[in-house]
Write a protein that binds this ligand. Structure first.
Ligand code: SF4
Ligand code: FES
Length: 255
């Protein structure tokens, strides 16, 4: 199959970018989208041109490195699929596609389709862990966890920190990502001692990084390749509000 690509090319973070047209010729429909870009890049290298920069690592949909916008949709048209797992058979011969990086103030473009997502790392560093001593691995049945909590925690832990939710949100909100990280620990017994502090610190860091606020639009849930549900945002908000009340009570008691 043959396609026409319009790709965002930007030399570095400080230069202006623009769309550049490329032909992707003789593409095997069984190739992944990134393999198709590899073929285009091989042609560019042979012609002495700069290859298109894009991020990737596992190419199995689990690391969260890859991701860009394909014709207006983060990770492209196939629901529940990262761009590395998207195959060319989902496109038609002759298609014209527009490839752009995530667009958000908190994710500055570094080069072409690569953005700086270190803001996510700083949100995790603010509280997305269990720091209290939980001892060595307990017997599987020693700490009972309700099935519904275990399932919801596992579902939240599926977030791969790709950033598609931010890129799709008109407010560039990181609420789905942060809510997933807060939920995955906050639903388990091991996550309880730091639960309120975690919610407070991670939400504060999210605001610090200039992500926008959630206004319940739901685009994040629609594009998330891991099926993270909006309910994680409700859980994050509940924990954050509870944490604020806890502090207010502490201040009142001290006063
Ligand atoms: S919530 Fe979904 S879209 Fe957002 S970072 Fe996690 S996996 Fe990606
Ligand atoms: S390269 Fe790892 S999720 Fe796509």
């Amino acid at each position: 199959m043959n396609l026409t690509l319009h790709v965002w090319r930007q030399k570095n973070a400080s230069s202006a970018g623009k769309m550049v047209k490329y032909d992707a010729k003789d593409i095997n429909p069984e190739m992944s989208f990134l393999e198709m870009l590899d073929v285009v890049n091989e042609g560019l290298i042979v012609r002495g041109e700069e290859p298109i920069a894009f991020e990737h690592d596992c190419r199995e949909g689990i690391c969260g490195s890859c991701g860009f916008v394909i014709s207006g949709v983060a990770h492209g048209p196939q629901p529940g699929t990262t761009v590395c797992q998207l195959h060319m058979r989902h496109f038609k011969d002759g298609d014209v596609l527009y490839l752009e990086p995530w667009r958000a103030k908190a994710f500055p473009v570094l080069k072409d389709l690569v953005v700086d997502r270190s803001a996510f790392d700083r949100i995790i560093a603010a509280g997305g862990y269990v720091s209290v001593s939980t001892g060595s691995a307990p017997d599987g049945n020693a700490v009972p966890v309700p099935k519904v909590n275990a399932d919801q925690s596992m579902d939240s832990a599926a977030c791969i920190a790709c950033g598609a939710c931010v890129a799709s949100c008109p407010n560039a909100s990181a609420s789905l990502f942060t809510g997933a990280k807060i939920s995955h620990l906050g639903l388990l017994p091991q996550g309880q001692p730091e639960r309120m502090r975690r919610a407070e610190s991670m939400v504060a860091q999210m605001n610090e990084e200039l992500f926008g606020s959630c206004t319940n639009i739901g685009e994040c849930e629609a594009v998330c390749p891991k099926g993270i549900r909006l309910e994680v945002i409700a859980r994050m908000n509940r924990d954050f509000i509870k944490a604020s009340f806890t502090h207010r009570d502490e201040v009142a008691e001290a006063g």
